[in-house]
Design a binder for this molecule. Structure first.
Ligand code: ADP
Ligand code: MG
Length: 227
């Protein structure tokens, strides 16, 4: 489980300081399916980046499975990220000259896994997201929904416990968005902790718990599980 205690984040220094998060307290149990909502600029992406070890809080503590990790070194954070986190973004972030299979296999290169096993695992993940017939396609030859499925397969390839998705349907039409949300629902049913950021009520409705953030503070938390 994850526990954020009085987390703050300030970007910049001196007269250029931008305070963004103002004391976030949040406990997330394994296996939850959470949507984070809130206006543009309210600090949603900043919070996701801290949860996913892409950024450090300015103050406060972050515990993962009972260990305080926000004082950890970058190398230790990178290890935690690799073991626990799969990230999905609105803009997909594919390597444009690599086919779907290579894009999905790419995180495994840094994990030091043999090429044969990388390819095998990437094939399994693309099959899981329903793209077994698109493995050799380049990103430019795929629809938005297919690109997001490739991105989800890539997020899954390290077998993370937590999937973080920052506006994963922001660039998709509503029918495609629904298909992507069904895929996140399936992953959650299989045991993954899933946390998504969205602007849209219909998208948030797929989650079991909805957290609202305004001006860097949690203003609402519905459907929280009793612990
Ligand atoms: P959201 O995802 O809710 O739209 P963000 O977390 O991206 O909000 O941003 C919250 C605030 O922090 C915004 O005012 C944004 O301009 C600012 N901000 C985000 N990233 C940085 C950064 N790297 N440096 C300075 N300010 C930033
Ligand atoms: Mg954002």
């Amino acid at each position: 489980m994850m526990k954020l205690n009085n987390i703050t984040k300030v970007y910049g220094k001196g007269s250029l300081e931008v305070p963004v998060l103002h004391g976030i307290d949040l406990a997330i149990e394994d296996g939850e399916f959470i949507a984070i909502m809130g206006p543009s600029g309210s600090g949603k992406s900043t919070l996701m980046n801290i949860i996913g070890f892409l950024d450090y809080p300015t103050s406060g503590t972050y515990e993962l499975n009972g260990e305080i990790i926000n004082s950890a070194k970058e190398s230790a954070l990178a290890k935690l990220r690799n073991e626990h986190i799969g990230f999905v973004f609105q803009q997909f972030f594919m390597f444009p000259r690599d086919n779907a299979l290579k894009n999905v296999a790419s995180p495994l290169i840094y994990a030091g896994i043999s090429k044969r096993e990388r390819t095998e695992r990437a094939k399994q993940m693309l099959t899981k997201v329903g793209l077994e017939d698109r493995m050799k396609h380049l990103p430019g030859e795929l629809s938005g929904g297919q690109k997001q499925r490739v991105a989800i397969a890539r997020a899954l390839v390290n077998n993370p416990t937590i999937i973080l998705a920052d506006e994963p349907t922001g660039a998709l039409d509503s029918k495609t968005s629904a298909q992507i949300m069904k895929l996140f629902t399936q992953l959650n049913e299989e045991g993954k902790t899933v946390i998504i950021v969205t602007h849209e009520e219909e998208i948030a409705a797929y989650a079991k718990r909805i957290i609202t953030i305004k001006d860097g503070m949690i203003t609402d938390d519905r459907g929280v599980v009793a612990s």
